[in-house]
Structures are given as structure tokens and as C-alpha cells.
Ligand binder design. Sequence first.
Ligand code: SF4
Length: 384
Amino acid sequence: MKLETTLPADLLPIYKKVESGERLSREDGVLLYRHPSLTAVGALANVVRERKHGDRTYYVRNQHINYTNICNKFCKFCSFYAKKGGPAPYEMSLEEVRQALRRYKHVPITEVHSVGGINPRLPYSYYIDFIKTIKEERPGIHVKAFTAVEIVEIARVGKTTIEGALRDLMDAGLDSLPGGGIEILSDRVHQELFGRKLRGEEWLEVARIAAKLGLRQYATMLYGHIETHEERVDHLIQLRELQDETGHFLCMTPLSFHPEKTELEHIQPPTAYDDLRNIAVSRLMLDNFEHIKSFWIMNTVPVTQAALWYGADDADGTVLEYEITYKEGEFGQKTQALTPSNMIAMITEAGRVPIERDSHYNQIAREIDEMEPTRNLTTLPIAN
Ligand code: SF4
């Protein structure tokens, strides 16, 4: 049966645009967020997903290193930074960074993903040496590090410009920026939730400078706190316009807000319904982004499996030691990992075709006996 005949009448104009590749408007985006039929919105997103990628679903082998949780920005939505009654403060020495990398030396990861708090005690040389340490321990690995708010801080402590800091970090081995640092491009939300962090225009400026220098970047959107549907759509449109201008974004990840242990604990967290909706609307609005990711640590494995039919073509990776939304004791230790076999099973069980990728979405072919080197790690079950 043709999709057109099953869609609600009020979605037919959007269906026609999706079919012809016409760009969706702000009003279309708001309608997609408010439409009662999530199934219909997901089916529209799946048209775009399959046109771009068919059944192909990407994952990466990566290790996360969150080098400090000391932060002077006090964002209300954040459970990661050290505070009284919350997580104890830590700051990884370069030797500890080295040890963290050596802990997984046997795992053939292709990417190190690193972000941290805004810790004014860290000197400029720390950031440069941090990147160099990763490259020394893992020659040739892709280093994706530092949100825009960290880049602004690094430039500040180095008494240099954003461009100067980025050039120095690139000379040390920085390969791409993970995005993040702005949550949602809205002055209202910025003032209410993260007023000490950089403003939207500053975030856009860092992204423009990165693009000019040839650094690729990822994009995110934190949803499910106090933002409105209109603010989400405006965020997506600003990303889309910047991508028109620079073309340097590789992927967009909608990030589900986790209110536990934040100042917004009273807010109901996003449901699976919200998570799927944000994946689908992002896929439909961001016509110039090749990839939409469902981050399984935030969305859970089952929702990520469903998301592969709601617009997502990337399931992130075999993430090691993720701390940002980690809840101590929940999984017994601080390792959160899916082995490559778990990733493949998750994607295959969902009816899609798993493709291991590098950080630029090039396919990686492996010998069978390389597939299980993370088998000694604690793993999350496929259905949890
Ligand atoms: Fe600091 Fe980032 Fe947390 Fe804000 S979100 S408090 S900048 S670690």
C-alpha cells in the first residue's frame, strides 16, 4: 500500500514536499512536533532515511574520556559537574589519561571522544598535551574533542583567539569537534538554564571558525527540559542554515534530557515517544545533514532499535566509560559498553544492516576474529 494512502490528510502537503525533496518550513516543523500520529511522522522520516541510506546503519568503536567534572558554569540541567551532595570533583592528570587509554589498548577503537567541565585551574598547555597524549598512545586515532564552551575557555586561558586556539589544538592532533555546548539555540532557554555559558551567537561563531579551518563537526540538541516546540524547530533551522553556509556538519544527535540529580529534577523526563519524535523531526527538517544519530546510552537500546525506523541511521558506538549521564551503582561499575557483537545484534534484530564506520562515515571492514575484543567488559543487555 502506498504511504500516501495511509497518511492523515493534514500531513499530505508535507508528504509531497518530502517526496519531491522540497525543504520543510518552520510551520511544517511545529506541525510535525504536535501531530497526534507519531507513527505517521515516523513513516515520513523513514522515507528520507531510506532514500539516503537504505537499510544501512552505522556504528563506531570509540572510547569516551571526560577529563574533569570541575566546572564553573553551573548549568541547571547538568548532573555531571562536581557539587555538594553530587559527584566528587576529579581532574585527570595526563598520566591518568594515558592509563585510561591503555586500559582498552586491546580494543581496536577508531575514535576518542572527549569533553569536560570548564575548569579554570587547567592551563592552556594541558589541553594541547591532552591531545598529544592521546595521539602518542593511539597513533592515527581520530580525536573528537571539546565543545564550543570548552574552546572559548581554552582560548581564554591561552590568551589567544578562538582561531588561534583551534589552530594550536589541530597542530596537536585535534580532528573534529563534538558539537554540544549550546543545548538549544534560544536566548530564553540560555538565560533560564545556562546563563554562564556562551550565547548562541558565540556558539555559531566557533562553528564558523572551525569550518573555515577545515575541522568537521557534529551537532546536537538537548530536548525535554523547558524548551517549546517552536524553540526546537528554530534550533533545527539554525543548524540547517549554518550547514548550508559551511557544509561542515557530519551528523546531528538529538539528546534526551535526563533530569535525575539536576536542578530540574521535578521535570518529567522525555518518554520513548518524545525520543522517537525528536529523531523523526530532526531527520525531516535537516535535509542537508547526511546522518541522524540515536545515542543508545541516552535513548536506551530498545528505543534506538525503534529509532532506526523513525529517521536514525546511526546508533553511535561501543562507548567505553561514559560519565555524563552515568548513575553510580546503576550498572555496578563505570563502564558502559556494547560489544561489537551487541551492536551488530541490536541493529540486525531491528531489521537493519550494521556498518562499522570511522569518524567520517567511511566503512571499516574487519576480520571475524577482531569482532569480540571487548568481551571482557561489562555489557548492557540488548533488551533492558
Ligand atoms: Fe559545566 Fe558543561 Fe555541565 Fe554546563 S553542561 S555545568 S558547562 S559540565
